[in-house]
Write a protein that binds this ligand. Sequence first.
Ligand code: IDP
Ligand code: MG
Length: 141
Amino acid sequence: MERTVVLIKPDAVSKGFIGKIIARFEKEDFLLIAAKFMRLPDDLLDDWYEHHKEKPFFAELKSFMISTPIMAMLWEGKDAIKRVRKLCGPTDATKAPKGTIRGDYGEDVQRNAIHASEDDHAASKEMDLIFLPHEIQEWKR
Ligand code: IDP
Ligand code: MG
């Protein structure tokens, strides 16, 4: 079983889409193993978006990400990383097909409703940045 980190971002949180987005994952039989409604610390965001730190939109991206609490979750399932990325759709919500989470709930390339770990390496880094071991539910399968 694979684990992946999902954040419901401030645009979707402020529009009341948390429940609708969670339902998408439950419908695909992913299991929720950890969750926190939290405001992300500034230094965590520097680490999280390290790959964008030289980009002109970096400061704006960070201020967007701290504008409200986010819903951070750890979802478990078969091929979770790839399958969850597929459910999210492409980064630019204006280009994301309807039926994907970004296509249905996102606004644009920045305010795109959701984050999901890109690969194995990102998933384990992001899991460690947000969750302590005792906050993770180990289901017997
Ligand atoms: P991803 O979220 O689809 O993995 P990344 O390229 O890793 O896409 O970018 C991380 C986040 O940075 C995006 O989800 C989006 O919120 C923001 N972002 C990416 N590209 C741009 C841009 O060109 N302008 C503004 N924000 C961007
Ligand atoms: Mg990414």
